[in-house]
Design a protein around this ligand. Structure first.
Ligand SMILES: CC(C)(COP(=O)(O)OP(=O)(O)OC[C@H]1O[C@@H](n2cnc3c(N)ncnc32)[C@H](O)[C@@H]1OP(=O)(O)O)[C@@H](O)C(=O)NCCC(=O)NCCS
Length: 130
């Protein structure tokens, strides 16, 4: 198969979907990177909470790449994929994709987050193994 025949597709599961609003735009008229990071943090937390079966906290954003600008009005879809799981931590890869009016999807941002399972007092706790 030729490389051109491969249609890129999101990795992971759809964790969060929203619409980029004018209030989230920057001085260029595109969406603020900080708004995107916030959505990605939420999308990662959706998965981390399920894996940890309870409270989690973001301890690190290990990498972040802004690949393309996001126009106002875009449907923004965040996909989460579980990476390495440590004793109390979970790495989660989050990809952000937008679709155009022809339903063509393109990846606009990707980042790797580390979440830690915490108890009610904010102390770390082991991630359940089963
Ligand atoms: C999350 C928190 C409870 C962890 O406490 P801590 O004393 O750093 O805990 P530890 O040093 O035992 O580390 C816990 C785990 O996180 C990992 N970790 C800690 N700092 C890390 C970093 N900068 N990058 C990647 N992993 C990290 C450790 O390797 C460890 O993983 P493991 O148990 O799977 O081996 C504490 O740092 C905290 O409360 N941070 C603030 C969280 C927050 O407010 N986030 C924003 C809003 S959710």
């Amino acid at each position: 198969m030729e490389d051109d025949d491969i249609t890129p597709a999101p990795e992971g599961e759809l964790a969060l979907q929203t619409i980029a609003m004018p209030a989230d735009a920057n001085w260029n008229g595109d969406i603020f990177g900080g708004w995107l990071v916030s959505q990605m943090d939420l999308a990662g937390a959706v998965m981390a909470r399920r894996v940890a079966r309870g409270r989690v906290a973001t301890v690190a954003i290990d990498s972040m790449s802004f690949l393309r600008p996001v126009p106002v009005g875009s449907v923004v879809s965040c996909y989460s994929k579980l990476g390495d799981v440590g004793r109390t931590s979970m790495q989660i890869l989050v990809e952000v994709w937008i679709g155009d009016h022809t339903n063509h999807q393109s990846k606009v941002t990707e980042g790797q987050f580390t979440f830690v399972a915490i108890d009610q007092t904010g102390r770390t706790r082991p991630v359940p193994r089963d």
